[in-house]
Design a protein around this ligand. Sequence first.
Ligand SMILES: NC(=O)c1ccc[n+]([C@@H]2O[C@H](COP(=O)([O-])OP(=O)(O)OC[C@H]3O[C@@H](n4cnc5c(N)ncnc54)[C@H](O)[C@@H]3O)[C@@H](O)[C@H]2O)c1
Length: 395
Amino acid sequence: MSNRFRNQPPLLYGMVGGGSTSQIGDSHRVALRRDSYYELVAGAFDIDKERGRQYGESLGLDTARVYADYQQMAQTESAREDGIHVVGIMTPNNTHYTIAKTFLEAGIHVILEKPITTTTDDALSLIRLAQEKDLLCASMYCYSGYPMVRQARAMVAAGELGEITVVQTEFAHGNCATAVEQHSEGVAWRNDPKTSGGTFVLGDVGTHALHLATFITGQQVREVAADRQSFVRGRVLEDNAHVFLHFEKGAAGYLWASGVAVGHRHGLAIRIYGTQAGIEWHQEQPNQLRYTKLGQASRNLELDSPELHPSAKRLLRVGAGHPEGYFEAFSNIYSDFAEVLLAKLSRTMPDPLSLDFPTLEDGAHGVKFLEACVESADNNGRWTNSELRDSGKSF
Ligand SMILES: NC(=O)c1ccc[n+]([C@@H]2O[C@H](COP(=O)([O-])OP(=O)(O)OC[C@H]3O[C@@H](n4cnc5c(N)ncnc54)[C@H](O)[C@@H]3O)[C@@H](O)[C@H]2O)c1
């Protein structure tokens, strides 16, 4: 990992959500520390003020910077000379828009969890606001931080697969095959349309699969035909969905999102086929990329394979053979974001390879995809446009 800026003072970082009971907070905290680019100095960690206060104190933060709510945090931090540069937002989906807007209006750069909003209009409005304020934002599609995912993207870009014809992707786990929402706060809000948005597994895991597909192929999805259902009794939103995809340059695709795939542990995988070669990646064996050239035997590319592209090589942290995985992928995105932000603040050019972190635009594509899937499924799987446009401009 390049560390050109290691001698600069760290970016001051604040966190909204991610408290002691949260699922994803710890992944962000570990990620931001790994390359010493950030220092966690402030937070409004929890909807439960007392629990949030206790948690902030347990992290050793200055108690004056452990806030009861995010509004107070944005106001106070933006007024301080040593206020935070960046906020990470990791709260339930329905709160992302208002919280992100508050920090952007306060002049603070944003790292936002996915799905970034519950409507495309809100996502586009955040993009416009970030542009107006000249602020940098990321959306946390963390799986694009794996070296072998960057390798896959570089191989497609270099034409090593030929023309892309077929894309199959899935994020199908079995963790919600029973009514776990009855005893888990985190699954309960995901199954309530008021807090989750209009989808459960499509937004929760399907958007990761979509982002992988578009990130690796460099193509957006033009239209979708979706079918979704809820298998667990009493569940309001879908716990399973199949979506056919038409990509902008002609590839055909298929995405499966599920929480009832009993026997799948995490269940994120992608297969991409081109006229010259095919590749396959499974997140549970993240350091191998199966590669088959037309007419040749299949083999696994490994982290020390000579064919590795620079964009993948730069992410290696330990020697090949040592397991690297989820936490490192999260860190890779945090560090890419930091390199670009530090370059922006010091008016220098960032390493072009650090520009691959997922952006707010990527997040907005995900939200548009969800709206198109819901519309399509409500109309018996009718093909439905999923292109992201803002006043005629497409992304
Ligand atoms: N990128 C990934 O791989 C990944 C993985 C899991 C979750 N997520 C996303 O992260 C977000 C949070 O998910 P989670 O699983 O951690 O949820 P969770 O329910 O486990 O935790 C949510 C946290 O936010 C806090 N919170 C809620 N409202 C708040 C508010 N207004 N102000 C401050 N804190 C508030 C809660 O107290 C809790 O600490 C979701 O958008 C989810 O989709 C992403």
